[in-house]
Structure formats: C-alpha cells, structure tokens
Write a protein that binds this ligand. Structure first.
Ligand SMILES: [Cu+2]
Length: 141
C-alpha cells in the first residue's frame, strides 16, 4: 500500500504536501484547458491512515473563481455531476479522484492551463485542518 503511494508520488510528478499527518495526497494532476471553456477539473489520490474518518468539505485555488468537490453519478441513464459537500474518507481508505468519478471542479478559470504548468490547491477538512497540494497540468492530446 505505502509502496504504491510512493510510486505514484515519483511517477506522477505531482508535489504533495501534507498538513494533517494522517492524510496522504499523491498523483495530483489536471487536464490542460479546452479552448473556449472556463471550467476545469483536478484529480488526486487521498489516503487516510488514521483511526478516525477524515471529512473533506471543500477546496480552493487562486486559479479559479470557485472550486467544488464533485462526483459523477449515473441518473436516468445519464452521467451527471453533483457537488459533494462532505466527503468522508474512512480509516485506511484510499480515494482516487479521476475522470468519470470524484474531481475538483473549477469554475471561472482565470487563464488557460497549459501542459507542464503547476496549480496550487488548498483542501479543507471539517476539523479546520487544511492541506496544500500542487497539480501538474497534463496534455489531453
Ligand atoms: Cu464537476
């Protein structure tokens, strides 16, 4: 398990900083901007190695007007996104944010993200803790 996370850190190139000692964040990335859109999405892997649940309640970045935790859900045969106001990460659980699943949704992106750029985020938890992380922008081609 820990070996896998470490491998992701090295392979993903994402820089991860951990505020809450019990939370490990790795493989932080986002897609380059699609011309003409002002929304974006960021992805990462988060692990809770503590004995208590960790509750993610939000995120933000200076690179966008607003950021929300989102999930894709299938409803009436259609993939839709919905906001997740409180995301519980159980003890020893690892959640992978990825296309088609959990993601950080960015609204009002201030300038287009280009491959190789980095974008800083702050994750907010319900106990007042925060964690900073840096996403690497990947090409979509
Ligand atoms: Cu979304």
């Amino acid at each position: 398990m820990w070996r896998i996370l470490l491998a992701l850190v090295f392979l993903g190139g994402g820089i991860n900083l951990v505020a809450a000692a019990e939370v490990e964040i790795s493989n932080v990335w986002m897609k380059e901007s699609i011309p003409g859109t002002e929304n974006g999405a960021a992805y990462f892997t988060i692990s809770n190695s503590s004995a208590a649940p960790v509750v993610l309640i939000g995120a933000n970045t200076d690179a966008a007007r607003a950021t929300e935790v989102h999930q894709h859900v299938m409803r009436d045969g259609m993939m839709r996104m919905r906001r997740v106001p409180e995301l519980v990460i159980e003890p020893n659980q690892t959640l992978v944010f990825q296309p088609g699943g959990y993601h950080l949704m960015l609204f009002g992106v201030k300038k287009a993200f280009k491959p190789g750029e980095t974008v800083d985020f702050v994750l907010e938890f319900n106990d007042g803790d925060t964690a900073t992380m840096t996403a690497v922008v990947k090409t979509i081609r």
